[in-house]
Design a protein. Structure first.
Length: 253
């Protein structure tokens, strides 16, 4: 099996735009996986906010002072996250839609000066609609991954994570199968959507590449018409192997 990862270059967008139409600069094939930057999705729907218009509450000001960060950004983080677990200078560590996310995924990079990009309003809904549009317009089955870049604990640099997907099972349960030595796998799951997100992020880049999407061609996935949510891809924070019993919440909704 040969897997290809093909970048899709798209002109920089500065206003709301039609996401599906913007992707039509590439010749897609049956069973392609289309990986799209979450920030590009956010820009398409106008999930961007002018920082000067943000009103800061007392809790946000306290967190901003403690973590040496912009109080307006801290306010947005509080609004957009389910849990705040602490932070380091410039960042609050949060949980958003079942994922650990610095600053709740809010970013000021690749945004106009003075603005911040929020996560898409309904990532899974958007992924599902895109999948159906490819089928309706071109008669082809594709998978969709909406991806963000993410830091791994103790590691330098970013990798990819899927914040939503459609068209295929995001996680493959390997429990009950055997390894090379005949041992039964008891706890192993394969994070398929996250692996595909990482492939896409690797060719999209993080700065001025103007490559907000990529196609993974030839990937082995379990195709599905089910509608998924973040609960199909995450565990509760208190069950997490990194957090577990050490989880201390600074703030929660």
């Amino acid at each position: 099996m040969v897997v290809e990862v093909l970048p899709i270059s798209i002109k920089t967008q500065r206003r709301r735009f039609d996401l599906f139409e913007s992707l039509q600069v590439f010749s897609y094939k049956y069973n392609d996986i289309v990986v799209i930057s979450s920030k590009f999705v956010s820009m398409s729907e106008g999930s961007i906010i002018k920082l000067s218009k943000v009103k800061v509450r007392k809790k946000a000001q306290e967190l901003a002072t403690k973590n040496h960060m912009d109080a307006k950004l801290a306010e947005l983080v509080l609004r957009e996250s389910e849990y705040v677990m602490g932070g380091v200078p410039g960042f609050l560590l949060t949980i958003r839609d079942g994922m650990i996310a610095p600053n709740a995924g809010i970013d000021k990079s690749n945004a106009p000066r003075g603005y911040a990009i929020l996560y898409p309003r309904d990532s899974f809904g958007t992924a599902e609609k895109l999948k159906l549009k490819f089928l309706a317009k071109f008669g082809i089955k594709v998978g969709i991954v909406i991806a963000d870049s993410r830091l791994m604990p103790t590691r330098i640099g970013t990798t990819g994570v899927a914040i939503a997907c459609a068209g295929f099972e995001p996680v493959e349960d390997l429990r009950g199968k055997h390894d090379l030595f005949g041992n039964v796998l008891r706890v192993t799951f394969k994070a398929v959507a996250d692996a595909l997100a990482t492939m896409g992020v690797a060719v999209m880049g993080e700065s001025d590449e103007s490559t907000p999407a990529a196609v993974v061609r030839g990937a082995n996935v379990i195709w599905s018409d089910k509608k998924f949510s973040w609960k199909d891809m995450a565990v509760e924070p208190f069950q997490d192997i990194y957090l577990g019993r050490n989880l201390e919440l600074v703030s929660e909704k």
